[in-house]
Design a protein around this ligand. Structure first.
Ligand code: SAM
Length: 331
């Protein structure tokens, strides 16, 4: 049975946050450092609960792709044991596994992740300058991330995407430099519009739309559009290179009508949309209780999806909301 909402959107893609904490304090995401403590994960889903959840999603709800995110998923204790558990489900039900990571704890895990069937890596990197990296993230871990990206490419993962959030007067001067740096690699470079979240000081003056980014890039490089069914990212080949680029235009040109994503927070709340409130009831209480049948959990997920809105509010409205934070949602 498929996961279908009231607007006939089929949800085959679920993003699950493994942890609501991060080791970086990116200015646009976790600037205040209030969420960065790495201890006390009592209320988050255990690996056993996560395993049960993924099993229900891929076996009963025809989910085809699961992406693990955070916070920073790879700082969670014993995370490789978890990916080993998930690999047995992949062998049985054949779905795609991806991870979204800042790459700082990735290098030594790459061989294991490949072995466990994780084939899609999205790695965040907002600048190619070490000093700017420290200014944006608060940590001196630029070399770790860059080495991990390089090794992921060398190991031949099915999909390597480098994600950069573009903010005016912070890193918009690096659009061309990013392409220059990665143009000989068979990866996708994705430029993400800066989104407003609680406490991240978003305002119009720092915002650069995808069309402005593309205009600037086309002054130097010619691009060929790649047709795609899902419109989450507007993708292009950079002509005469191995590189693809994509623009995530969540703000200037939302792609809600083709949204096929459901998010689950680290504590097990369902988020129908990146910008909506999480479900009041957490999946944790259901997943932890062995006397509750999987069917009941299926029904709960389906009924929660029915309250998904058709599209999220405008950027200005979002900037005034007070409940959203990428760290706890899982980006
Ligand atoms: N720690 C992981 C990482 O850095 O990729 C996963 C979590 S992070 C919240 C997921 C993605 O959300 C990253 O690519 C990050 O750049 C993006 N992100 C966070 N805050 C954002 C914002 N205000 N606007 C646009 N993208 C944002």
């Amino acid at each position: 049975m498929k996961l279908i909402d009231n607007f006939n959107r089929i949800h085959e893609y679920v993003r699950i946050s493994l942890i609501d904490k991060c080791n970086l304090n990116c200015i646009y995401c976790n600037p205040s450092n209030t969420l960065a403590k790495l201890e006390s994960n009592k209320s988050i889903l255990t690996y056993e609960e996560l395993y049960r959840l993924v099993k229900i999603l891929v076996r009963d709800l025809e989910v085809k792709k699961v992406r693990f995110t955070g916070g920073e998923p790879l700082i969670r204790k014993d995370v490789m044991k978890f990916f080993q558990m998930i690999s047995s489900l992949k062998n049985q039900y054949g779905f795609e596994i991806g991870i979204t990571t800042n790459g700082t704890h990735l290098l030594d895990k790459l061989d294991g992740l490949k072995k466990y069937g994780v084939e899609r890596l999205n790695i965040s990197l907002d600048t190619l300058k070490k000093t700017k990296f420290i200014a944006i993230t608060g940590k001196d871990l630029f070399n770790e991330t860059l080495s991990a990206i390089q090794k992921a490419i060398d190991l031949g993962f099915d999909s390597v995407k480098v994600n950069a959030v573009i903010i005016k007067n912070i890193n918009d001067d690096e659009l061309i430099k990013f392409i220059e740096y990665f143009k000989s690699y068979p990866i996708t470079l994705r430029f993400i519009e800066y989104m407003p979240f609680t406490g991240n000081q978003w305002d119009d003056s720092k915002f650069l739309s995808w069309s402005e980014m593309k205009y600037r890039i086309e002054e130097k490089y010619s691009l060929t559009e790649i047709e795609s069914d899902g419109k989450i990212s507007k993708d292009f080949f950079v002509n005469e290179s191995k590189l693809k680029i994509g623009f995530i235009s969540s703000i200037s040109d939302h792609f809600c009508d083709s949204c096929n994503r459901l998010r689950i927070t680290a504590s097990g709340q369902i988020k129908n949309c990146l910008f909506s409130n999480p479900s009041e009831v957490s999946l944790k209480s259901l997943l932890a209780d062995k006397s509750i049948a999987d069917d009941q959990i299926v029904r709960f997920i389906q009924s929660t999806l029915q309250s998904k809105w058709f599209k999220h509010p405008s950027a200005d409205e979002l900037a005034t909301l007070n409940q959203n934070n990428m760290m706890s949602i899982g980006g």
